[in-house]
Design a binder for this molecule. Structure first.
Ligand code: ZN
Length: 276
């Protein structure tokens, strides 16, 4: 009898531990399942038709995934209007659906560190103090289309979101750029290496992206034009965000000119926009 009691006690203990460990993720998974199985509202579909011409040209399974991921993002992430902007479904749906491109075919979370999306009507101005390598602090004023903070905020200019979605082939997309920073920031401070899984993946990622980064800097020093824009040479974090934009918006040019880089991004994003 005593052994039965201790067995029951152990079983109860195991149940409590399992509930503690697996309960919250299970609840989240069930909630996401429920949210993403709702029909995608016709008004939201209309937003994509008018504002994101690339959407209709995507394969049906990609469209379906984007809609489901967007529904989850919209259920979980608050959108906040800044400088007088009133948040509408148009704003929310257009941002969430483009951000969902970065989640395709992956079992990663829904930008777990992201707590809010802040949206300005247009470019916004930030003042901050920059410290140069000599230790001199300067007050900087910069005009931005977007920003991503490790504390859990993505900040976007609605004008730039619209422009990015309207031209799907120009290689510029502020939503992809800032949400790529969020992925990068999941593994600590943005450094151009998001969470990749196994150790050997990091070594190859660093080798390929490091070599491409160096090639870009040399090209810029020679003042030569090329696919990857100057801003990508700022640092490895900006390089990753800029080439993520190219991966989704100009996959043919990126794959032709930078095949190893394209391959690393294809493995990371688990999709192949070249075939879309
Ligand atoms: Zn950036």
């Amino acid at each position: 009898m005593t052994s039965l009691a201790s067995l029951l006690f152990l079983a109860a203990l195991a149940l409590v531990a399992a509930a503690w460990l697996w309960g919250p993720p299970l609840v989240a998974a069930l909630r996401r399942q429920r949210v993403s199985s709702q029909p995608f509202p016709p008004a939201w579909r209309e937003v994509l038709r008018r504002r994101m011409p690339a959407f209709a040209r995507l394969p049906a399974d990609v469209q379906l995934q984007l809609k489901k991921h967007a529904q989850v993002l919209l259920a979980e992430k608050p959108f906040i209007g800044c400088a007088g902007l009133t948040i509408s479904d148009e704003i929310r749906v257009l941002i969430a659906t483009q951000a969902a491109l970065l989640l395709l075919n992956r079992r990663a979370g829904y930008f777990p560190g992201l707590r809010q999306v802040l949206v300005y009507p247009g470019s916004f101005v930030v003042d901050r103090t920059a410290v140069d390598p000599a230790g001199l602090a300067r007050d900087e004023r910069r005009v931005l289309a977007g920003e991503s903070w490790q504390q859990g905020q993505v900040i976007l200019s609605w004008d730039d979101v619209l422009a990015g979605a309207a031209d799907p082939g120009d290689g510029r997309n502020v939503v992809i750029h800032e949400f790529a920073h969020q992925l990068d920031q999941e593994s600590g401070r943005a450094n151009g290496a998001p969470f990749l899984g196994r150790r050997e993946r990091y070594a190859r990622w660093a080798a390929v992206l490091g070599a491409e980064f160096e090639t870009l800097r040399q090209r810029l020093a020679r003042d030569e034009a090329g696919l990857i824009e100057r801003y990508a040479a700022t640092d490895p974090a900006e390089f990753f965000a800029v080439v993520s934009e190219l991966f989704f918006e100009q996959p043919a040019a990126l794959a032709a000119g930078h095949p190893a880089l394209y391959e690393e991004l294809r493995l990371y994003y688990r999709c192949d926009p070249l075939g879309w």
